[in-house]
Design a protein around this ligand. Sequence first.
Ligand SMILES: [Zn+2]
Length: 102
Amino acid sequence: MKEVEEMGYAKQLLMEEQARLYHTSEDAVCPSCFHDSGIKAFIKANRECNECSVCGKVARRPIAANADRVLEFFLDKVHRYYQEPVLLQQYVDRLHRRHDCK
Ligand SMILES: [Zn+2]
């Protein structure tokens, strides 16, 4: 039941992330802050905030999506396409560094 174990791992990571990001759950991210075309597309389809918490860009129309939702999307995408926990952890670390130095 390898698949179930991996699902459990992704879910556990997601829950840890959500717990860690709880106090910053109002953060939003814009497409310019990501290189991945899938994430850019997801953000563009889910824009609901006028300000990006990462790069500080502000607009009169929604340009950024909720960071937690983007992270959830990313976790799901990584799990499905890469099946590689190391890449996932690297991404999560990178996201945190971006949050720290905003
Ligand atoms: Zn941004």
